[in-house]
Design a protein around this ligand. Structure first.
Ligand SMILES: Nc1ncnc2c1ncn2[C@@H]1O[C@H](COP(=O)(O)OP(=O)(O)OP(=O)(O)O)[C@@H](O)[C@H]1O
Ligand SMILES: [Mg+2]
Length: 239
């Protein structure tokens, strides 16, 4: 199911808030295929960039366009899971079914798709538990299961493992790889080099709201081209 709404093209995207230029003239194309990680230090603008791409905020200047639907925002084909998962006060299964219901998927199909998503995510055994009692790691998996059940072409993930321990991080990384392997384009943020090394096939490195480098993950990690990326990867504090 590739190539329907991608590539996603950003042209001179700038975001100013209260006179501060938080995103600065980012021009960038994201194609179907690679698992893309937006990397950069705290405050670089990663979350803002994800929000802009997803359509939650509008740029002050510049354009963001989806190839397959000129002038149309393909809300149905792209979804997101951000750092703090939103979990509804109902069962795990009902949490996954809910957005499908909003999209008009009929009750039987909705149940089948939600069950499948929970099985694939390893949450099948707790489908009937109240979602609010799940641990942080389980809630994050639930949020990804819910997104996966919608069969999006693109999934945005903003620091999906930020609050998780090493085992939770590994589970979520496995899940992200599985969603990507099943054909969904992943665009995620991370500030962790180890995570980028394990997951990314493409890196978009940003700093102070600017695009510094974009390229294959191996090349970026082994031979970064910019002074900023070299400093960041060698553990220096970027200010
Ligand atoms: N709504 C807002 N109003 C004003 N400034 C904001 C707003 N949202 C973010 N910022 C500022 O924009 C900059 C980039 O923020 P952003 O959250 O995108 O960084 P980030 O790269 O995601 O960092 P982190 O790794 O800490 O999540 C920060 O300096 C932040 O203070
Ligand atoms: Mg962030």
């Amino acid at each position: 199911m590739s190539g329907r709404i991608l590539p996603l093209a950003l042209e001179g995207v700038t975001l100013k808030i209260d006179g501060r230029r938080l995103i600065d003239k980012i021009t960038l194309t994201l194609d179907a295929g690679p698992l893309t990680v937006v990397m950069g230090p705290n405050g670089a603008g990663k979350s803002l960039l994800m929000r802009l791409c997803h359509g939650l905020i509008k740029p002050t200047k510049g354009s963001i366009t989806w190839q397959g639907s000129p002038g149309v925002w393909p809300g149905e084909r792209q979804t997101r899971v951000f750092q703090k998962p939103v979990v509804l006060r109902r069962s795990v299964l009902a949490n996954v079914e809910y957005p499908l219901k909003l999209r008009g998927v009929d009750a039987n199909e909705r149940k089948v798709r939600a069950r499948e998503a929970l099985e694939r995510t390893g949450l099948g055994d707790i489908a009937m538990s109240p979602a609010r009692v799940l641990s942080g790691g389980e809630q994050q998996k639930l949020a990804i299961a819910r997104a996966w059940a919608m069969e999006p072409e693109v999934l945005f993930l903003d620091e999906p493992t930020a609050n998780l321990d090493p085992a939770g991080t590994r589970d979520v990384e496995d899940l992200v790889r599985a969603v990507h392997g099943a054909g969904t384009k992943i665009i995620m943020t991370s500030h962790r080099t180890d995570q980028v090394r394990r997951l990314a096939s493409e890196v978009v490195f940003i700093h102070k709201g600017r695009l510094i480098e974009k390229g294959p993950a191996d090349a970026f990690l082994d031979t970064p081209q910019s002074a900023e990326a070299r400093a960041y990867l060698s553990g220096e504090l970027l200010v």
